[in-house]
Design a protein around this ligand. Structure first.
Ligand code: FAD
Length: 392
């Protein structure tokens, strides 16, 4: 736990946290709340400002720029957390045997290391003279570039009619853009919703002006004199001033993998969020716990509390309650608690274009998922109570 400083005095080794998103700053806050006295070092590739990432896909309609979304600077966070926050810094390697990280020629020894390095947008295969110009938004800097690029535009194409693509499209409609959503999906947000719920959203957004090009995309993006042009597999041509890609995220596992830490789709952890390497934890979008990536805020908040408890002497497993996902499509709001991927069973859906209520039952007749949309969203709490017990 101790190392010597330049004068030979013994110093406590720090807890090093890679990442200053909700997971990284979250675990630092929890550690201080629990009275941890260890030195804390947080390291981030970005500018270290604190912000709530879910606000990125609802900020245009509220007229908020990136500065308005950031609620504290890196300096303020460092002061509040009594921590060192290193910004615009990339960790190059982790030596798990020596318990050190490497930044260029510098090596920093850690008592514990928390990987909170997030996820990156998946880029669908795209080719053509305009492919490089396609934007994606996954942090404050991306959002600032996106907002600046929207100046003077009218037509925006969104590739990816999933949760994040639909939220951005909903937001773009609030600022009077002509929006076309494009993707191979059969219906919107098909990974999390039964068809009727996705169709209700599709209809509400169409009434607000959205064009839908579903079950079609070929990745060919060409520059034109006044913007971009993509010809779809169905023969339709979409012309746009700006193209946004939002086809999902992939956990950032590269650093851990190179260090020999076990990875799968995420950095593999046990129920305490401990990785295969001693004193190395992973939380947030980069982690895979119970065989699943859970790239949402509710699970990461539980993970930060559990890891902080473990690091302050109370080994704690993360126990997840039912965690419905709120989809911020204000034109047709949605709350969904989809069944685990691959779960056997079937959706039973009722409702109409104004609102849909769906229940997913397994073969034993237990409700293991639900969704509510539009005028049915008030049913959310009642449905959570009807769910089969977690892990049951
Ligand atoms: C547009 C959008 C809307 C969303 N809406 C919702 C919602 O409504 N509800 C919900 O629950 N979830 C939502 N999510 C998901 C949610 O925001 C994420 O699950 C959460 O913010 C992830 O936080 P994180 O701290 O794990 O990762 P991030 O916030 O991505 O932070 C990763 C950090 O790691 C740093 N980093 C990466 N690699 C290195 C390296 N090598 N060295 C140093 N630092 C490194 C980065 O600089 C960054 O500081 C949304 C996501 C997006 C993109």
């Amino acid at each position: 736990m101790y190392l010597a400083d330049s004068s030979g005095r013994e110093m406590m080794k720090p807890i090093v946290i890679l990442g200053t998103g909700l997971a990284g700053y979250g675990v630092a806050k929890e550690l201080r709340k629990k009275g941890a006295s260890a030195p804390l070092i947080l390291i981030t590739q970005d500018d270290g400002r604190f912000y709530s990432k879910p606000m990125l896909s609802g900020a245009l309609g509220k007229g908020q720029d990136a500065d308005a979304l950031a609620s504290a600077s890196a300096e303020k966070m460092a002061q509040d957390l009594d921590a060192e926050v290193r910004v615009h810094t990339s960790v190059d390697a982790i030596d798990t045997a020596a318990a050190e990280i490497t930044i260029g020629a510098e090596r920093i020894a850690y008592a514990s290391l928390v990987l909170a390095v997030g996820s990156s947008p998946i880029r669908p295969p795209m080719q053509g003279s305009g492919a490089e110009d396609v934007l994606s938004v996954n942090n404050l800097g991306d959002y600032a570039r996106f907002r600046a690029a929207l100046e003077g535009t009218k037509r925006v194409a969104v590739i990816g009619p999933g949760l994040i693509g639909c939220e951005f499209a909903n937001d773009l409609l609030q600022i009077q853009r002509d929006v076309t959503l494009i993707g191979p999906d059969k219906w919107p947000i098909s990974a999390l919703l039964p068809e009727q719920a996705g169709r209700a959203l599709q209809q509400s957004m169409a009434q607000a002006g959205a064009q839908w090009e579903l079950e079609t995309f070929n990745g060919d993006i060409e520059k034109t004199a006044d913007g971009y042009r993509t010809e779809l597999k169905n023969g339709h041509v979409v012309e746009a001033d700006l193209i946004l890609s939002a086809v999902g995220v992939r956990a950032n596992i590269g650093l851990a993998k190179e260090a020999g830490v076990t990875v799968n789709r995420g950095i593999v952890t046990d129920a305490q969020m401990q990785t295969s390497a001693p004193n190395v934890y992973a939380i947030g979008d980069c982690a895979e716990a119970h065989g699943r990536n859970l790239p949402f805020v509710a699970p990461l908040l539980l993970q930060t509390k559990a890891v902080a408890a473990t690091l302050t002497g109370t080994p704690t497993e993360v126990a997840y309650p039912h965690m419905p996902v709120i989809i911020k499509t204000t034109l047709h709001p949605i709350v969904t608690l989809p069944p685990a991927p691959g779960a056997a069973g079937a959706w039973q859906v009722e409702g109409d274009a104004e609102g849909v209520l769906g229940r997913f039952h397994n073969e034993a007749g237990e409700m293991i998922g639900f969704c509510v949309t539009g005028n049915q969203t008030a049913q959310k709490s009642a449905l959570v109570k009807q769910m089969a017990p977690v892990g049951g």
